[in-house]
Design a protein around this ligand. Structure first.
Ligand code: PHE
Length: 340
């Protein structure tokens, strides 16, 4: 029996030396310690031995089993260690290599000009409010003194979602929402996308951007409106900018005006952008119609307001000398990269 045990042990150790990977070690475990393995076979021989020898035999075979088990575990550990070393070596990263540069994006020209305009109004103490682009007819038209079937609805070609819901044609409904929610004094601008049923060409797009503004307080006059617009335009276009207020018509303001400013491209000399006039129309404005204030629960005997609205796309195009509004919406990187 002792001889047999010795034989198995040395056989196991030899095989172990030759085993180079975990698979070989598993095979080895099965061959010696498995159900049909040689050590297990040895155990079965105990039954045939004399009773007084059995305990001794059992102990020897168990010794043998644990020696082989330990040796296998040992070898397994070594293999795993060296596999780990190999893996770490192959995965080593050279941190001194130069990285891949990510191309840096840039702000869209509309965003650049919006930020500029917004900052001017923030400095004058205005808040910024936003509202939904899918808007109730009530806020987009009715409460702005534009009832159904009123001829002034033709001023803005509208995308109707249903009889009572539209894609907003201007950001004025945000002013209605603000007046319904807040008590005067109100000083706010509302930027955002607006929609009109226009065919696309160099100067028209069915979606474009507006910034409108509203001030409601006690003792607000036309002089405040002119002062605010003039300081805004001077800050935006430059100190030498001249302005001209021409009478205009909007259902929600009375009186209303359209404002021209010195063409920033030619400085008033006359150029193709201003069609030789030296001035260019930049915004619409007026004193809030008392009917609109009353509709929003503001007493026109106590409060007055002025409002203005400008087209962000138009001002952006004038500022950069862009002659085709489509460039603002095509996202051609060759165009956008020029604004870095
Ligand atoms: N809501 C007007 C438009 O989109 C612009 C405007 C706003 C005019 C406020 C006057 C006062 O045409």
């Amino acid at each position: 029996m002792k001889e047999k045990i010795k034989g198995i042990l040395s056989e196991a150790m030899q095989t172990l030396q030759a085993a180079g990977d975990t698979q070989a070690l598993n095979d080895l475990r099965v061959r010696f310690l498995g159900k049909k393995g040689s050590v297990t076979a040895l155990m079965k021989e105990i039954g045939a031995a004399a009773p007084e020898e059995r305990a001794e035999m059992g102990k020897m075979i168990n010794d043998l089993r644990s020696k082989i088990e330990e040796a296998i575990e040992d070898a397994l550990r070594k293999i795993k260690n060296s596999e780990k070393k190999d893996r770490l070596a192959s995965e080593r990263a050279d941190v001194t290599l130069p990285g891949h540069k990510l191309p840096l994006g840039s702000l869209h020209p509309l965003t650049i000009v919006y930020h500029e305009i917004r900052d001017i109004f923030l400095r004058m103490g205005f808040d910024v409010h936003e509202g939904p682009e899918v808007e109730c007819d009530l806020y987009n038209f009715e409460m702005l003194n534009i009832p159904k079937n009123h001829p002034s609805r033709d001023m803005q070609d509208t995308f109707y979602i249903s009889d009572d819901v539209v894609l907003r044609t201007h950001t004025s409904p945000v002013q209605i929402r603000t007046m319904l929610r807040e008590k005067p004094p109100i000083r706010m601008i509302c930027p955002g996308r607006v929609y009109r049923c226009d065919d696309v060409d160099a100067t028209h797009s069915p979606v474009f951007n507006q910034i409108e503004g509203l001030v409601v307080d006690k003792h607000v006059t036309l002089a405040n409106l002119k002062g605010t617009i003039n300081s805004f335009l001077k800050e935006f276009y430059g100190e030498n900018t001249k302005t001209k207020f021409r009478p205009g018509y909007f259902p929600f303001t009375e009186p209303s005006a359209e404002v021209d400013a010195t063409c920033s491209l030619c400085g008033g000399e006359g150029c193709p952008a201003c069609k030789g006039a030296g001035m260019i129309e930049v915004l619409g404005c007026g004193m809030v119609n008392p009917v609109v204030l009353t509709g929003c629960g503001i007493d026109p005997e106590e409060y007055a307001g002025f409002a203005f609205g400008l087209g962000l796309d138009r001002l952006t195009n004038i500022k950069y000398g862009i002659t085709d509004i489509r460039l603002l919406y095509e996202n051609d990187v060759r165009f956008l990269n020029q604004f870095k």
